[in-house]
Design a protein around this ligand. Sequence first.
Ligand code: PLP
Length: 413
Amino acid sequence: MEDIFEKSALNPYMTELCQSMSAIRRMDQIATEMAKTHGDHAIHNFSIGNPRILPPEEYNKIMVDTINDKSFFLPHGYAPNTGDKEGREAIAELFSKLQEVKVTYENVLLSSGCAGAINVFLRTVLSVRDEVILFSPYFLEYPYYIENYHGTSVYCDTHFEEGWQINRERFEKCFTANTRVVIINSPHNPTGIVYTVETIKMISEVCEKYMKKYGRTIWLLSDDVYCRVIRPGHKAHQIFKYYKFSCIAYSISKDLSLPGERIGALVMNPAIQLCERNIHALSMSNEFLAVYPPNRLHMRALPKLLKYTVDLTVYDKSQEIVEETLKKLKIEYIQPEGAFYIFPKLPDGIDDIKFCELLAKNFVVTVPGSAFGTKGFYRLSFCKGPEDIKKGMEQFEAVYNSVIEQLKKEQAK
Ligand code: PLP
């Protein structure tokens, strides 16, 4: 007999989540099945955002020196809930440069990766049913983070034809008396674009307008996890100069290839007068969500680590290879200016989930645009070295046209 207590052991929300299989999990499942039959080497995986290039050369020495540094009292002890002062200072110095606005350690909180930082922020500012505006395509975990604090996601489409920049008219339609946060991400996952100064100024003006209209603070949270993963000749966007109630989420996951070490930060605009109170509130969320910076040694090494990034030319080369293949196949895309993703367009009428499924069965794993809230596209991640990317793109080139033809025939039936 079925045990009803087994079935009802989880809350209804998690029970439902477990049953629904995301597009990414489906692609993963196909890739795993294919690898079982044909071997791991046969699979060209472009689906992951887990950097496959090593941290900077200096990394090992910095960490050994940190372990041997006898000046640390209790080197593995609990950290303050805000994170160590030296690490906060190092982040403040980095963002003073990037934002061209003086930031001090008092404006900085260290947390568990960029994801932890975003959760801490939302936990601190959202009330039940507050609305958070997201731009589709969006980083697919945002809606789940918002649900964690019983907020509501409101989706604003961005369009390929507009270079994935934000359209003012569509943006303004998203505001209501419940709007509390607008989340932007640039360089952007999954498109790789960087918001222009005009876009940032427009977002700031619109947030200001609705903050005054509804008489409540509207926060602009900028997910800058890729802010130093930038192609030559491009510059990450700045927000502090343009909008007072702004906060940046950052981590060393991508620019230093250290995602497993879970060091992240929130940097609050120093123009906010109650910044100290706000950082104190964020530090309590850090504590009660239990996501305070978990890795004391990396936190202590931050002042030295942040002087470096991974060898970014690797991503420049990998992107070049991907673009060459796309051009050969006459596939439309917007050229990425940062991060390590590209979001090509499918021919009209081709279903992105079916396309990615069939492509995975042909040994090339990608993620359908639907997973990011935008149908008719797919994400290719090139966070690997050029040699791996070249092999994968050769396979992509060999199968792309036949996959499209097969889907067209199936759809015509
Ligand atoms: N934000 C974006 C846009 C991401 O792509 C990722 C990870 O891929 C994260 C946040 C999470 O970063 P972290 O691993 O530092 O928590």
